[in-house]
Design a protein. Structure first.
Length: 109
């Protein structure tokens, strides 16, 4: 939201939409939409709107849990190895939280 607000601020200050679009790497159409929303509804209208589709499995709380887990010795969690692998982290995470993630999803976090 901060970057959107900066872009709209620049437009309100008199900079051309195309210049702001090129400088901040936002689509021209998006800047027009944000400017219109800001003019009618204020700064809160620049926040992300709910998106359609399945919500992400990896929430902030799950990421935090995974970060704490990485700080522990894998041997304390039943691993046969002294270093974590993504697959081992996914297995322990599933056991502790009930949320199944692939090793690739764990790697991306």
């Amino acid at each position: 939201m901060f970057q959107r607000a900066q872009a709209v601020r620049d437009v309100v200050k008199g900079h051309r939409l195309q210049t702001v679009s090129d400088t901040l790497h936002f689509p021209y159409a998006a800047l027009r939409t944000w400017g219109h929303r800001f003019a009618h509804y204020g700064v809160q209208s620049l926040a992300d709107r709910p998106r359609s589709g399945r919500p992400p499995k990896v929430t902030g709380a799950l990421t935090h849990h995974l970060d704490r887990l990485v700080d522990h010795d894998p041997l304390q969690h039943g691993s046969k190895h002294s270093q974590w692998s993504c697959q081992e982290l996914a297995t322990v995470l599933t056991r502790q939280t009930g949320v199944q993630l692939s090793r690739e999803s764990v790697r991306e976090v």
